[in-house]
Design a protein around this ligand. Sequence first.
Ligand code: SF4
Ligand code: SF4
Ligand code: FES
Length: 672
Amino acid sequence: MNIAGSLSVREGQVDVAILAGPRVTLWPSRGARLLATSCTEMGLVAGLYGGESMTVRGVVPLPGTGGLVLVEDVQHRIHRIRARAVVKVSDLTGLPDPFPGWRSQGLVPLSTAERLRRESHVSWDPCTVILGSGNRALRFGSSLLESGVAEVYCIESSAQWGAKRFAGWEVERRRFEMLGGRLIEARPVRLLPKAALLWELKVQDSLGVRLLEVARVVAAGPFEGQPGVREHPPGSSLFELEQTAQANREDDVEGWVMEEERGIWLAGKIIKSLATDLGERKEELDRVFKRARGRLRRYSKHREEPFTPAYHGKWVSNGDLKAIKAFSGVPVLEHRARLIASVECFEQIPCSTCVTVCPTGAIELGRVPRDPEKRILQESKCISCGLCAQACPSGAIPLVKESGEHAMSSLVLPWRGKRLWSIGDFAILVNRRGETLGNARVSKILDPGEVLAQRISAGVITPLVRLRGVTTQLVQVDVPSHLLWETRGLKRRAAAAVEDEAYLEAVRRSEASAEKVDITLNGERRMVRDRIPVSVALFEVGQSRAEDVLYCPDGSCGLCQVLVDGVKKLACQSRTHRGMAIKLVEPPAPTQGESSLCPCLGITVEQVIERLQQGKLQSPEAVLSVTHVGEGKCHGQLCMEAFRRALLSQGLDATQWSDWRFPWSEWTLVHN
Ligand code: SF4
Ligand code: SF4
Ligand code: FES
């Protein structure tokens, strides 16, 4: 490829190039930063390329190791960087295996759904289905429920029915279920439009077929175990690092820590292969490298051994209830006299937020794997402030005070819903699976600040840094003692919650309508909010197309083209304004191409499998060269994960394979 001529090309050379892959929204994320720092500390030259000012156009692998990286800056200058090792940081694709209707406007990837929730007035009622049951899926489901959406399902579609191991934290799952969410194992069969902004999702579970009327289906993969770090081809020093860290550690502790450890581990691997003389630092490097590998293994272990209590009806089975009470984070003594935190975090997950916030050091989790002899909770040190319950991202810490068998006990539960509780409110008590156990009234709202102020003025503790942006309310209810260890959540009466939310939504809408402007959409007049991305406006007026899934952060997938005032533009990159005329370039996609694998090129799963079998093809590259999957407009952003899984279904393991075809996105070289 010759990109010289009158183009302004800058040459560069680094040891390690760390690149933001397509769809990476957060740059540089935690793992990328750690990787760069670790390499630099060991004397290598590392470069981070991505973000708003640097668009990575692709990598041309070099014979031997490393590659040539092409980066475009804001002034459209091309930078040609030669690197001995290349790391592409990739976002997970959240799309499911193709099924009839998966390319309709009813299905959006989780990243789109999160953006729509933040930026739009799209409704998620009466029911939203999330395909996937990982941490992010469960967390998104919980946030929908907390905001008042009546029904949310998480569907685990890839597991063998009946032999399920949830990949999410047990605590996340519990939080989701306590809020009334349903987690089911099923396979999506079909998604069809039913009415305006209403879809019918047909799923099949082990009992048969069920039909769900949904406002939206959110695809929240991964739908299989991902390796986290890939080197492909082996020995090439071309790596792919999975991005799991969010902007803040608290948003997903596990994702953050896993990316940290992967970054350190990968740095160790690269340094070992590139640095010639490490001298005395070799031992240190070996130690860090080994520790990261060990932690990665241990942190994943809880996924294989989740604690899922057995139930008799609505009650936790005797054996598992005993196990819960015997857990070393659960109080055994002092909770009979006063409120004490009960740290019900049974799995060894890489989180220690509660340890950090506790002002008295009453919680000691220790390193994973934990010492079984060591108690997590030091009851005598707990001052019942509730800070840990407020901070725990998974709602795994209630405060309990247990009275005699036939008396009333006290229970303090965290609440993150929008509508706050008041003393005297009527609450429905739910168990760890979200099933109703009974009713209670709110007797108190615990304020950690008040407790702490008293303790500080009494000289019992010293002031500590307050939590940033925590909005969790601590709600105390008095419950019959036999419900103390069963109740782990509160609900408002469904009708009240929905009415309330509908009211709030109406207020929001009326406030927003003040800013509305009129545009024409396919020749019809429409009122939309001013200065919002056209894609978001299309969602709000119910005219989004499958192409408007906001799949990439920067328009690089090139899918959402529209005509704005007669000029071709990307809907995600254009903003609404008064009087604009939008014409949808393509009519809303028909739900055809039922098992379409690569919608850009109209290639189906069956065609790929047929070519694979006919040609007895042995590698993903060979299959790609005959099928051309991924060579369409979006450069594989929609189809490559499903392609990988289609190969796997035929016994061709492509889990370690990365796609390095050039370029990564729509790109036209413009000569200056
Ligand atoms: S309630 Fe307060 S003192 Fe007790 S464990 Fe939690 S943070 Fe620590
Ligand atoms: S804050 Fe504590 S209890 Fe909550 S998930 Fe983290 S480690 Fe577990
Ligand atoms: S779906 Fe766009 S290239 Fe395959």
